[in-house]
Design a protein around this ligand. Sequence first.
Ligand code: ACM
Length: 789
Amino acid sequence: MKRSTLLHHARHLGAAGLLAMLAACGGDRDAAPERQPATTAAATPKYDSRETLVPAPASLTPGEGRLALGAGTRLLAEGDAARTVATQFAALLGKGRGIEPQLGEGLQETEGAIRFAIDPARAAAASEAYLLEVTPSGATVSAGDAAGLFYGAMTLLQLATVDGDGSAWLPAVRIEDAPRFSWRGFMMDPARHFWTVDQVKQVIDAMALHKLNVLHWHLTDDQGWRVEIRKYPKLTEVGGCRIPAGDGGLDPRTGKPRPYCGFYTQDEVRDIVAYAAARHITVVPEINQPGHATAAIAAYPELGSTDLPLVPSSEWGVFPNLFNAEESTIAFLEDVIGELVPLFPGTYFHIGGDEAVKDQWEASARVQQRMREVGAKTEMEMQSHIVARLEKFLAAHGKRLIGWDEILEGPLPPEATVMSWRGTEGGLEAAREGHDVVMSPSGDLYLDYLQTDSPFEPPGRPATITLEQVYAFEPVPAELEEDKRHHILGLQANLWTEHTRTWERFEHHVFPRLAAVAETGWTPAGRKDYAGFLRRLPAQLERYRAWGIGYAQTPFQVDAVAEDDRKAGTVTVTLSNPLGYAVHYTTDGSEPTAASTAYAGPVTLELPAKLRAAAFADGVALAPARDYRWDAASLLVRSDEQLATCPDAGRLLLRLEDDGPADGERAIFNTTIFYPCWQWNGADLDGVAAVKVRAGRIPYYFQLAHDEPHRKFEPARSAHGELDIHADGCGGERLASVPLPEAPGRDGFIELVAELPAGVAGHRDLCLRFTGDTRPQMWVVDRVGLQLR
Ligand code: ACM
């Protein structure tokens, strides 16, 4: 699609975006755009930092008084490990708080100093544990290992308080702390959209500040092979580039295909792994097999299970392409793993294993022959044979195999660790069978699911996983027997990046939900407390700003739902903050403050009406106010975000970005894949002559594997199909139909006017859908307007 003018359709512009979005638009005219509020909150409240720690420590005892902190503060350390932590602490205190203490030698008594000490006596305590004591005369962080000392320093950073006059201090406190779980992970997906070395390091920095300790690096998939393998250069030469779908894949000047490429050299891998290790984070590489292998097979077709030529794909979903089961392919996987093992000093190596639909293996006489040769009775047993081979290979190199929970479906070596993503059931079963388990259920910990229903959410999966849901996730299933619980190593949040094209959107998805993951991973279950977490969160946001970590504004903004009464000339507005923070608003156009009217229930306003609202904690706005306006015309319009999904629209509602322009901002559409269909429930049709629909067209770029037959198309009745409008849902009477053009206009959009028959009246549920199978494209509703007689 082409880009329409920004003024017409600019939508979500990323967490840091400042441009306009059309929240509401008059039926026949452009209405005032709603601006995405700027990202910085107005003022910073002062907290007792002992009450702001994220993740919450295992035990904290407040003391009396405070320790002054400043350029004159001496940081004392003995030994390399302690000196490294002191240096890291000083750098972070400088970056986040502007305080640059002096590094000293040894641990000699110095009034007001901060001491970092590896204490062999504490080595017997849990690993990663620390003791932190601050008194008015000095502070000490001690731990049995360097990781514990580092985490103590991270806590100390959160305790550092800077007053309005610039004076800084640490409150007196004693904290004894240790993590609940040994695997506190985050998965980064550079295969779908590539993230630079610098961005990976930013993730590592942020993880360290959250006391997270495993970075799972999803290095290969259907859309890209992202790591240099010297023996197989085509993996990155061919497998490292894809042509994005639609206009996004064309050079706007030449119209020629413009590849999207990226991979990490082995030197870059070493650099990242060392950078992570210095922050006590282990990087776990993933080489996915036998599925999610399109990019590799495109590079080396002899690895595949069909003769069809492949390219690294710019489609999303579950592909049929599997590595074949030849000895030579297993040798290839061993070569790849063999090159990578020396680069990754951690214990675990992830071999993927998910979503390997077996159609190609079933259809391949050669794979069937291989199955007989190795004694595999089913295709899953063939997959298990490869897993077992890789497990042996990894074990011989001192590594442990971890894979997605599908690997449980066949015989699995007892040493294998299972990452449970299809819920927690796989993890439960695996733990009962004696496997170690990392819990990473898609319904709780997949951060590509959106976190609110706000129209400012970036593209992603609009089933929401709220901050509260992430926080509530408990990694140890209640039904798991006591003697098996030690198999639950911990938890991991995953950000798949099919729909995440920019760094701002990446950070939006991850923060602040990663703080909830961190607390579950670190804090004793009995000390977790969501209300307390929400009270601590504003201080965490302030730290994000200080550290330069972008975060989602949507959970901290105010959403409005407007019910209009056209006859009365009023609108009734329901306000909410997704996290339940107090909402204050004004209706005179002024900036809301904590002293503005507190929202207590729906507000009825005369048209034209305006309302500005913000959410507050401790008297301070958590995000800039959102600015709403309604008039008689704007209430006749709904954007796709304001429309419902038809009850029979099938699964997989997505929030998808337009494919063009190649550079710059793109429209975003909420649509379902299996049966695209939109509904305006209770539309007031009294006096309405026509329905005007603005629609865009995006690529149909989905691989649905065995779900493909569940897709439905209404048959087209004319050359290019039509837009149909039904009343009382899609099964109800067809009110109007407009033929579709072959292609959208130059701006990428079409405007269709569907005249309604005379006599249509009352409040009706309008259904809108497009007929015909338009693949490889699909029409999507952008907004709907009612035109009065
Ligand atoms: C996965 O989400 N396919 C592991």
